[in-house]
Write a protein that binds this ligand. Structure first.
Ligand code: FES
Ligand SMILES: [Fe+2]
Length: 421
């Protein structure tokens, strides 16, 4: 369990909050590049970390990320005109470029002069791997972006689905690092693997993994150890890599498709899930595309939205007959299964962790919360989070592998994972 005070520290993400400050020391996924695909095209709403922003791609292809509200009388710039290297407010015509400089004040007699002192809040951005990244923190502390492999892969080796979810960011991320739940939530009605699932069947044969957790320069190496079936000389290891502060690389066998989940707070009660399927070494093929289309690894979406078809309003389309005959949950896709159990109905979007009964199965979650709370304490005492200035440390991989029992897990996997801790 967590005290009410510690829970509050972790879940609140607005500008002046402890966790809001920590997030603002890292580059953050702000939107998909495809949301602002066209130069001089429609702007996109960007609500992240409790701030309301607007993004646009200007005439030269640069991305602007501005306060959504015009500094004149606070009209919504989402309705603005994206034209000639700037976004023009449609209320009285003030115009701002991608750097936030005011370049036109047409309704003011002395506008030509006044515009030199007029600015709008603008955040730096860059594009990589189909995502527009933004830095919302103090300019003097702007770090280099994370060198995590998944964020540097070419687009032919990636598939990204963006989903807008009810619920605080932390409770969704806790599911990402919780290897224990996989044996149940994502199983068949008989406790084995779901049909069509890429997960190892060993996960379902041993439902009580032992955790080996190591603190690292980038976050945590979270290794869940299970029996390797009948092989009494080996262990089955699933190593998830938790990358401070919001990304988790999920265990997958070497050179296979792997998933990364990124959890970006919209505000305290809503979060964005970027679910990324990737290949380390080659473009996707037909079989990979079939995995995406099958509806198990990714949910079906409501066209034109970031809303999964299975959502809280329809009880995640739970099929009780399917739950009796084929699936532990009766809910079709893995992300929807995750969403259903982390969602709190009735508008309780923030989990009350003071009511939890944690066990050894929750050690990874405890370690992650502790790591974040320690970082918050450090910042309160004037120490910057060191992870933000170690982008190269993020170049690690997750893994799912059977190893001899007498081999140390980090030593036995480091050739692939590059995690040396
Ligand atoms: S409110 Fe934007 S120009 Fe007046
Ligand atoms: Fe899950």
């Amino acid at each position: 369990m967590l005290s009410y005070e510690d829970n509050e520290k972790l879940v609140r993400v607005g500008k002046g909050t402890p966790m809001g400050k920590l997030f603002r020391r890292f580059w953050t996924p702000a939107l998909l590049s495809s949301e602002v695909a066209q130069r001089d095209g429609a702007p996109a709403r960007v609500d992240i970390l409790g701030e309301q922003l607007v993004a646009f791609r200007d005439s030269e292809g640069r991305i602007g990320l501005l306060d959504a509200f015009c500094p004149h009388r606070r009209a919504n710039l989402f309705f603005g005109r994206n034209e000639e290297c700037g976004l023009r407010c449609v209320y009285h015509g003030w115009k701002f470029n991608a750097d936030g400089a005011c370049v036109d004040l047409p309704n003011v007699p002395a506008g030509e002069i006044l515009k030199f002192n007029m600015r709008i809040q603008a955040y730096p951005t860059f594009e990589r791997g189909g995502i527009v990244w933004a830095y919302l923190g103090p300019p003097e502390l702007q770090p280099k972006p994370s060198a995590a492999e998944v964020f540097e892969l070419p687009s032919e080796q990636l598939y990204i689905q963006k989903m807008m979810l009810h619920g605080n960011w932390l409770q969704h991320m806790e599911g990402d690092i919780d290897s224990s739940h996989v044996s149940f939530l994502h199983s068949s009605n008989r406790g084995g693997n779901q049909s069509g699932s890429p997960l190892s069947s060993l996960i379902f044969a041993d439902k009580a993994p032992k955790w080996i957790i190591r603190a690292t320069d980038y976050g945590l190496m979270l290794a869940a150890r299970r029996n390797a079936g009948d092989d009494a000389t080996s262990w089955h290891w699933r190593i998830n890599q938790w990358l401070m502060p919001y990304a988790t690389q999920i265990a997958a066998p070497e050179k296979e498709l792997f998933i990364t989940n990124v959890r970006v707070p919209v505000n305290d009660e809503t979060s964005i899930h970027y679910r990324i399927l990737a290949r380390h070494d080659r473009p996707f093929d037909e079989a990979d595309r079939a995995v995406i289309a099958a509806g198990l690894v990714f949910p079906e979406m409501i066209p034109g939205t970031f809303q999964p078809k299975a959502n809280p309003e329809n009880d995640f389309l739970i099929d009780r007959e399917l739950q009796r005959t084929a699936s532990f949950t009766g809910i079709k896709s893995i992300p929807s299964q995750d969403y259903a159990v982390t969602h709190r109905p009735g508008g309780q979007w923030i989990a009350d962790r003071s009511k939890e009964k944690l066990t050894k199965s929750d050690m990874a979650i405890v370690a992650m919360r502790r790591r974040l709370l320690d970082a918050l304490k450090g910042m309160a005492e004037g120490r910057e989070p060191p992870e933000a200035s170690r982008p190269e440390a993020y170049r690690v991989r997750s893994i799912d592998k059977v190893l001899p029992r007498d081999l140390d897990v980090a030593a036995g996997t480091k050739d692939w994972t590059a995690a040396l801790a």
